[in-house]
Each structure stands twice: as C-alpha cells, then as structure tokens.
Design a protein around this ligand. Structure first.
Ligand code: BZD
Length: 839
C-alpha cells in the first residue's frame, strides 16, 4: 500500500477542517485562528501586515495537500522532471495569484469582508519578491506558472537573494536606488528545508591522488566551504492539483568551519568567513544586458548551480535509480549562460564525487542540458578571465580545458586546417587576456540551443553562434516567448476577463487560442461600447494612482501611450522623448493646433552604473516638467515617469494602456514580453520589426499594428556604409529644431551641459540609429493620432488585438519546450483527501 507510511493517510484530514475547508465560514474562522495562533495578535492590536500574513497562511494551508502530493510524484522512479536553472525569478506577488489558481477568490473575498477587512488593502500589503532584473527573470516566472498549469513535474532552482532588485525613487528627476528589503516583514510563501542543505566548495587548489581502487583521481582542496540552505516556494497551477516547487538557495557559513578557525583562536577571522559566506546570496546584481566580471557574481552562479545539481542527484538516487540515467530523470534548462557552469559542475560531481568515467559522465551531461540564449548584444556575453576563474574554481578550469581539448579534436576533423573556426569555437578566448566563454561552454554541453523569437533565433544562427550552428545545426531551434494569461489578464484585468468570459466562456484562460471567439464581436456596437467603458474605468484608476504617486493630474480621456521596460539605449526611450518634444514644438508654433491629447507614461529602472540610462530618466522627467507646466500646452500633453516599475505596477499599467511602445532598433530586442502583455489587454502596438513584434504583427494583422522604422538588414547596411547621424540632423528641420532646443538648455533651466552626453552620443555615434528612424517614427505617430480619432475603429482594432494573441500564452511556449526539447509529459497529481471528498 503506497499510503502505508503516509501520515496524512493515518491521520486523515477532512475537507471541513480549518486548514482545508473552503466555505466562507471556515475561511473566516481560519483567518481569525491564524491571526491568534500564528501571528500571536488580537485583532485590535494587529497591523495590516498581521492580517495579510494571517490570510496568506490561510491560503498556503489550502495549497499544502496539493504541494505535498506533487512533491511525492518527483520521487517516483520514472517521473521525468524539468529542472529550470535561472539566476532570476521575477515572480511578483503570490497571494492573489494563488487565490485565482486555487479558484477560491470569491470565497476568500467574502470571508475577508465578513471579518470587516478590506480585501484590496490586504492584497496590496504584499511586498513583491523582485528577484530579477527584467524580461529574463519574468519569463522564468511565467514559465513556472505554465509548467504547473500544464501539470508538468518541474523544479525551479535559483538564488534566495536577501535583497532583490533595488527600489527606485525619483528625486529631482534623477533615479535614486534604495535597498529592497523584501524579507523584512516575513515571507509566508517560503519554507526553509535545512535538512536538505548541501555544501559548496570555493577556491583553493587541486591535487592528484590514487584512490583505494588504484585509480588516478583529482582532489579539490578548497579554501572555503559554504552551506546552501534551500527555501521552497509553492508554484500553483491554474485549477489543477499540480503545485511545483521553486527551490531558492541561501548561503551560510557551515558551523563546523568557523569552529575550526575559532579553535585556533582567530575569532574575528571566523566571523569574516561567515560574512563572506553570507554575502554570496546577499544581493541581486542589478545589471541587465551588461556583464561586469565580478568575482562575487561568479560565486553566485556556481553556488546555486552546485546546490541545484547536488539536490537533483539526491532526488535521483532517492528515487532508486543509478546516476548513469540522470539525464532520463531530469531535463535541465539553462536560462541564459548564468547557470552554464553547471556543465562543468555536473562533470565534476559525476567524476570526482561519484567515480564515473569521463566518457559516461560526458554522455550523461551532454544529454542533460539545454540552453536558451536571450541576447545578441556583445556586451552581454559572459566571459570570465582565466585567472579569476581558476582562483575560484580551480577544478572546473581543468575540466573545461579537458572538455575543450576533446571538443577541438572533433572540430579539427570537421574543419581541417581552418584555424579561424577553432579560435572562435574554443571555450577559451585566447585573444588578449585569456578568458572562459560561457556561451561556448553552454553550447558544447547542451543537446538543444534555442533563441526566444523567430528573428532572434535566425540572428543567433547567423551571427553570435554561427560557428556552432555550422557545426551542429540539429541542436538549434526557436521557442518564441510567451506570458501567462493568469497573471497578465485574469489577475491584472478582472474587468476585461469578466467581459470576455461572459461572451465566450472561460476556457480561454487555459487555451488562449479560444480568444479567437471574440473576433465575432469586433463589429458589435454594444460590445465595443462595453470594451471601451472598461478601458476608460481602468484608465481612471491609473490616473488616480498617478496623481497619488507623482502629483501629476492626467486626463483619463486622453490616449494612454505607454513605454515601460528597463532603460537601455537599444530600447530607445530617447526616441520617444524626441517625439514628445516634436509635438511640443508644434504646439509652441501654433497653440491652437488640433492634436490628439496624450498621456505619456514611462516606467523602468536603469542599472546603477549605466550613466547614459540614468541620464535618459532625467531627460524624460525634465521634458515632462516643461511640457506639463507650459500653459500653451493646455494639458493636451502630459508626461509621467512612474517610479519603481515592477510586476505589481505592470499589473496596473498593461490593462490601462492604449498604445504600446515597442521601438527598439531592429535586430536588438531578442523577443520582448511586455509587447505581448499589452496586446493581450487590447493596446495597439507602435513598433519596429524586432523580436516578437514581428510575430505579434503577423497574428493581429498588419492593419491592426503601427509599423515603422528600418528593418534588421537595413540597419546592418546603413552601419556598414558608414552611418553618419549628422546627415539626418542637417537635412531634417524638425529634428534639428528638437535637438537644438535640448542643446540650448530649454529642458535644463538654461544649462546646455546637462544633456550634452546624450546629444553628443546621438549626433556623433548613435549606435542604435535613433536619428535614422526619427522621421519614420514621427510619421507613424501621426497616423496613430488620426486613427485614435475614430474611436469606433480604434476599439475594433483593440478587440482584434486581444482576440488574436493566443499564440503568446506561455502555455504554448512551454508545450513546445516539452515536446521538442524536454520530452516530458503531463503527470496529473492525485490528492487523496480531495478525491475522498469528491467520492
Ligand atoms: O530576455 C531579455 C531580452 O532583452 C528580451 O528581449 C527577452 O524578451 C527576455 C526574455 O527572453 N533579457 C533580459 O532580460 N536580460 C537580463 O535581464 C539579464 C540579466 C542579467 C544579466 C544579463 C541579462
């Protein structure tokens, strides 16, 4: 009897129990119970946070049986598990997401009300876990949601950063960073599992020895040992029993290790060691798309990957199987190169710690890993100087040399006498200061390599990984990104969700292609009216939020034109500002001009060390200050920079948007995912032929998409022929007027110096061809203005956008990963107590 040792079977918990029951009365009692016994508070002394925590525990209780039985499945010998390795998981708040997935939102809302509490206040109390920078981290979170919703056994592995992405404040128009103390009031969604702690070695040296079987082996003598403690967070699926685990590792000093030092009398030395150990999981590096080569970052990467692989090996052995079938148990996905050290670490674990022969170990390793690339930007490709690498991971450097030696031997056979190929494919960059190329390690060690949108994958194959593509074309494939409709529609936009479901039922939430059913209502005046009213009501809410957060009054009837994403030159926030100044100049030249009133909403963080990005924020806020306060403008244009753009704010802004700005230089944005969230919520896109914009346009129809700008080959050609931004300045009166106004200090209280770096860059380098795309962008925006005047047709286009975004569900992406790469099938979870209740 499989349940013989099951404590739940021996102490059956029933559905009426305060921990599992779903009636409003039970939920109300459970809330009071948790406040009293877990928070230890009387209602009259409880803070908002106490009530939030009590409610979170009520909800956590209700997912616990599903979680436990999902975990139990992992340990079955033939359960195949997806293991998603990512340095970032940008989850966003859990509470409401779990209410939706467990389908208990109505009951909980009522129970909260009957307890004389405000549902929204409790939801808003949650501090979001910001354990990611942007798209890459958020993608990992959407994928975890889809894995659970599709009932795929999966484990996410990452780092439990004590401080996530910094909180952004805007002072005097500039970004100011503040520590993200997300754990300070407690995290009800995690459970520490100290019994599964592992140790991780760092530094030191290696030495050869002969083991007691007479085998020549290598021993790694580390300079330091750290302990990894796993913290588990449940990832619920939508209306299914599957609750997967996100296992994040915290670094600590091992007790025995500091004792050693303590015993020789070096108390402060011991404390120092402890600090070094704890630093590893202290803070998320806030740089996206730019690598810094910091020692601590390499330690972070190795730390979590080693913890994860050791944990997977434990699970595999516990499920009663041998290590030479590890690749049958786990499909390990590398989310970019951040976890690519896993290739060398799995080799080391198998060879050094589990006595496997090299060839077997390589066979297992290279059948375990698959690799996703997220960027083409050269500055984002991870390289570690051989010196630094060897200092931290001496054994891995040896293993990488050996992988490389064997790999290059094979390459030589294929590309006889072609040194160029050899140099470029080598895991070691020998030019200048020698370094380890993480993308090359990931490619050699993986059986699959994918890009994140069709164009991106083609560019990966023809540019940065061209040599690998020529060597092993069969490894390459595309997996266009997706986003979860549970968070980005159901949770973020309940009003639109209800309207849609009232027409086509609610199957679309799991099968997003069914949104197609909305097309038949695109010409229905009544439906259009409802659609428009909902958008307006959401815009009113956002306007109120903007007023509260920034003091700026915006007109909810104006067009909400939104640009939210990390601040980056390639994403071209400055192009948007040039558009705003262009409109401003038109008004100044003719104050009575008839133009479509717009509210420009910006949001996004700049990497703290990226001066140009920080200046772009100042540029937005400074132009806003002038435009918003110029009486001639008469409130027809408003510019808002909303501080601290994060998942929570994303949930507010996507539903309120009417125009989605996706204006990166063609060929630079790997995919984008915000573009999908906007379109799903009925915003129209103005965009370049870049990343997933191309596929969005294909789906929604060219007539429902505002396309502008140079195409990828045109950008390449322009630059190859010696691009000179001055030519555009010289030959375009309006552009000249815009840039001159900035240069003369009109937006900097007369100071011509403030924005000089930005202008100089545009006029002398302009690496992202802003000036070359300027006129096309302005012309296209003029078409947008015209289109917005026909509200009926605009609404029609908006409905068609939402109706045709089925492809961009992360369920579709994850299904493709499962079929093409991971070869894993759904495994529905049975939960005995629920089945008994149903029987
Ligand atoms: O990944 C982004 C790309 O820029 C987007 O086009 C794409 O849609 C998403 C998801 O595939 N890349 C990132 O977000 N990258 C980072 O955040 C990052 C973080 C650390 C180091 C390097 C890059």
């Amino acid at each position: 009897d499989p349940l013989a040792n099951d404590p739940l079977a021996n102490c059956p918990i029933t559905i009426e129990d305060d921990r599992t029951g779903l009636s409003v009365e039970t939920l109300r009692r459970a809330l009071a119970d948790h406040l009293y016994y877990i928070q230890g508070k009387l209602p009259e002394h409880a803070s908002k946070n106490d009530f939030y925590l009590a409610l979170a525990f009520v909800v956590r209780d209700r997912l616990m049986p599903r979680w436990l039985y999902s975990k139990k499945n992992y340990l079955q010998p033939d359960t195949r598990i997806v293991s998603y390795l990512s340095a970032e998981f940008l989850l966003g708040p859990h509470l409401e997401n779990n209410l939706i997935n467990l389908d208990i939102q109505d009951e909980v809302r009522q129970a909260v009300q009957e307890s004389n509490l405000d549902y929204q206040v409790l939801i808003d109390q949650e501090e979001e876990p910001g354990l990611g920078n942007g798209g890459l981290g958020r993608l990992a979170a959407c994928y975890m949601d889809s894995l659970s919703s599709l009932e795929i056994p999966a484990l996410g592995y990452g780092i439990r950063y004590e401080f996530g992405i910094f909180d952004q404040d805007i002072r005097d128009g500039w970004q100011v960073e503040m520590t993200d103390k997300w754990l300070q009031f407690g995290n009800p969604w995690e459970i520490a599992r100290p019994s599964f702690a592992v140790t991780v070695k760092l530094g030191g040296h290696t030495e050869p020895y002969v083991d007691n079987q007479g085998q020549y082996k290598v021993r790694w003598v580390p300079a330091q040992i750290v302990k990894g403690i796993p913290y588990d967070t449940p990832i619920t699926g939508y209306k299914v029993n599957t609750v997967n685990t996100l296992r994040l590792w915290k670094s600590e000093a091992p007790e025995s290790f500091d004792f050693q030092v303590f015993n020789v009398g070096d108390y402060y030395g011991a404390v120092d060691q402890k600090i070094v150990s704890e630093n590893i999981s202290k803070v998320l590096y806030p740089n996206d798309e730019q690598v810094q080569g910091k020692e601590l970052r390499l330690m972070q990467q190795f730390f979590f990957v080693s913890c994860a692989l050791q944990d997977m090996i434990r699970i595999h052995l516990t499920s009663g199987r041998r290590l030479n079938t590890f690749h049958e148990k786990f499909a390990v996905q590398l989310n970019d190169t951040h976890p690519a050290i896993g290739v060398a670490e799995l080799m080391r674990l198998l060879i050094d710690e589990h006595d496997m022969a090299w060839d077997t170990a390589w066979d297992v390793t290279s059948r375990s890993f698959a690799f996703t690339n997220h960027t083409l930007l050269p500055e984002a490709l991870e390289k570690w100087s051989v010196d630094l690498f060897g200092r931290i991971l001496p054994r891995h450097l040896e293993i990488i040399y050996e992988i490389n030696r064997r790999f290059l031997d094979q390459v030589r056979v294929k590309f006889m006498g072609d040194e160029g190929h050899l140099e470029r494919l080598s895991l070691i960059d020998e030019s200048g200061h020698r370094s380890v190329r993480m993308a090359n390690l990931a490619c050699v060690g993986s059986y699959s390599i994918n890009g994140v949108a069709a164009l991106h994958t083609e560019l990966v194959k023809s540019t940065i990984l061209k040599d690998f593509y020529e060597l092993s074309p069969e490894k390459f494939n595309n997996k266009t990104n997706g986003v979860t409709p549970r968070r980005w529609m159901v949770q973020a936009n309940p009003r639109l969700t209800n309207l849609i479901s009232s027409k086509i039922g609610d199957n679309w939430i799991k099968h997003l292609h069914e949104l197609k059913g909305l097309e038949q209502y695109a010409d229905d005046p009544g439906f259009r009216h409802e659609w428009r009213q909902i958008k307006l009501s959401i815009k009113r809410d956002l306007a109120e939020h903007i007023q509260r957060r920034t003091g700026i009054t915006v007109n909810p009837e104006s067009m909400f034109d939104v640009l939210v994403k990390r601040i980056h030159e390639y994403k071209r926030q400055h192009l948007k500002v040039l558009h705003i100044i262009t409109l401003y100049n038109r008004i100044k030249a003719n104050p009575d001009i008839d133009l479509t009133p717009r509210t420009f909403i910006f949001g996004g963080k700049a990497a703290p060390g990226y001066a140009m990005a920080k200046l772009m924020i100042k540029f937005v806020t400074s132009v806003g200050d002038v435009v918003n306060n110029d009486p001639d403008v008469r409130d027809r244009l408003k510019v808002v920079f909303l501080p601290d753009y994060n998942v929570t704010f994303g949930q507010r802004v996507y539903p309120a948007a009417e125009l989605s700005e996706q204006i990166s230089t063609a060929g630079k944005e790997a995919s984008g995912t915000g573009n999908m969230k906007f379109s799903m919520n009925g915003a129209l896109t103005i965009g370049t032929l870049d990343g997933a914009n191309i596929e969005i346009r294909e789906e929604v129809g060219a007539e429902n998409f505002f396309l502008f700008g140079l195409k990828t080959p045109e950008v390449q050609e322009l630059k190859a022929n010696g691009y000179n931004p001055w030519d555009y300045y010289d030959s375009n009166e309006t552009l000249k007027a815009v840039l001159d106004l900035v240069a003369h200090g009109h937006f900097s209280h007369g100071d011509p110096e403030l924005f000089r770096p930005l202008l100089d860059n545009l006029l002398h380098h302009d690496p992202f061809v802003v000036l070359a795309d300027y006129q096309a962008y302005i012309d296209c925006q003029d078409q947008v203005d015209q289109a917005y005047r026909d509200q009926d047709n605009w609404t029609r286009m908006s409905i068609l956008n939402a109706a045709r975004t089925g492809k961009f569900s992360s369920d579709r992406s994850i299904s493709e990963y499962c079929e093409d790469i991971w070869k894993v099938k759904p495994l529905p979870v049975t939960v005995p107590i629920y089945d008994q209740a149903q029987a």
